[in-house]
Design a binder for this molecule. Structure first.
Ligand code: AMP
Length: 398
């Protein structure tokens, strides 16, 4: 049984369901340019409608500063949602008060209504109990289907759970199941890949992972800081030299926790940070003073591929190199495809997430064969850091 209240145990028929969703979709020239977030909430919406519930959608959009503004209105998103859902979606120009109440009073069982941007009220983000109570008046049940905002204790993500019976929607449930199986109750050995630009943005994450995983692969620009801390000359590579002590502490913590650290043994180096720059492969001991390590090299690729074969669970955040520039995407592509292949063969459970990781794995053509890809940036990272996510805790079975 799931640790969380799910729609299985919710009585939806005839109920007003306040459904928190992520509709913070990217827009270009007034059009939704990527509908992934919309697609992910459709199963929950359809289930609520089929079971005769009234789905009242709560969502934020953009970063409104001082109350309502047209640029951050959710109104255009209602029409796009309706297209994807295949049924009408009504819109109310406020998320609390009479406008919202009147729109809800007109709903029939199975209807869908989107309320205006919750962040038009500051009290949403301060999680003001009075505001949460106002929101709660609009519904009988609270369903949260927005993992990507679960790291925020806002009125519509956490506060509401103090007033209404609360449940995880299907997208939230899928995310929690994937994350639990990957890091809380995984099959060992577990490998974590932590790549990306800087150590400074991922310190807590590394500290938590060394305690939880069997193998920690440190990659991308951040590996340079570790190599520097181990006394290597990293030339002109991206490197946070002031974090050398911290890097050494992480290495010591890993040894104490019996966590194997894998760092690059060779690199693809160049003198310019640009696509198709002249490059060569070199062992990490022989990087020239004017060279930058922009990707792992073939020896590291081979070692990682070999290691992956013995791994049962993989958690991945961050690219192996400057993947936006060919040929420095090679390492990321190779390891992503190897992991995808092992997953497709049923030998590996693979979970990846965090902004750039999703585009890197898409670019490698590997994302659709991973077990689960989290599109939640901040929430995914906080979960990797071992933090308690208020929006998730609110749904935990008591
Ligand atoms: P992050 O947002 O921390 O996951 O970092 C992703 C960024 O790190 C991407 O834009 C990559 O281009 C960059 N990156 C990865 N490896 C390197 C490297 N060796 N040198 C410079 N930038 C890198």
């Amino acid at each position: 049984m799931s640790d969380f209240n799910t729609l299985e145990s919710a009585d939806l028929s005839g109920k007003r369901i306040l459904l928190r969703v992520d509709l913070n979709v990217p827009m270009e020239n007034g059009k939704v340019s990527d509908a992934t977030r919309i697609e992910r909430i459709l199963p929950t919406l359809r289930e609520i409608s089929e079971k005769g519930g009234k789905a009242i959608l709560l969502a934020h959009f953009g970063r409104p500063k001082n109350g309502p503004d047209t640029a951050n209105s959710l109104r255009p998103v209602a029409a796009v949602l309706a297209q994807h859902l295949g049924t009408p979606v009504a819109f109310a120009a406020d998320s609390i008060g009479k406008v919202a109440q009147d729109a809800i009073a007109k709903m029939h069982n199975g209807d869908v209504l989107l309320l205006e941007n919750t962040r038009f009220y500051k009290a949403e983000e301060t999680n003001d109990p009075a505001h949460a109570a106002e929101l709660a008046k609009l519904g009988d049940i609270f369903v949260n289907d927005a993992f990507s905002v679960a790291h925020r204790a806002h009125a519509s993500t956490e506060g509401l759970a103090n007033y209404l019976p609360s449940f995880a929607g299907r997208a939230m449930q899928q995310e929690l199941d994937a994350l639990t199986i990957a890091l809380e109750k995984p099959e060992h050995p577990v490998m974590a890949v932590v790549g990306g630009a800087k150590v400074s943005s991922k310190l807590e994450l590394l500290g938590n992972l060394v305690k939880k995983v069997d193998v920690l692969v440190i990659a991308g620009g951040m590996a340079n800081t570790f190599l520097f801390a181990m006394g290597k000359d990293v030339g002109k590579s991206l490197c946070e030299k002031d974090l050398a002590d911290t890097a050494r502490e992480i290495l010591r913590a890993a040894t104490a926790a019996n966590c194997e650290i894998m760092l690059p043994v060779d690199a693809t180096v160049a003198r310019e940070f640009k696509a198709n720059a002249a490059h060569r492969h070199v062992d990490v001991d022989h990087v020239a003073a004017d060279e930058m390590m922009l990707d792992i090299g073939p020896k590291t690729e081979a070692l990682l591929k070999q290691k992956l074969k013995s791994i049962k669970t993989l958690v991945w955040n961050g690219p192996f190199g400057a993947f936006e520039l060919t040929p420095f995407d090679h390492g990321t592509n190779q390891i992503a495809r190897a992991a995808a292949e092992l997953t497709a063969q049923g030998k590996l459970l693979s979970v990846a997430g965090g902004g750039d990781t999703v585009s890197a794995l898409n670019q490698a053509g590997a994302a659709d064969r991973f077990t689960y890809i989290s599109t939640a940036g901040g929430a995914f990272l906080e979960w990797l850091e071992g933090k308690v996510l208020p929006g998730v805790e609110a749904l935990r079975r008591k």
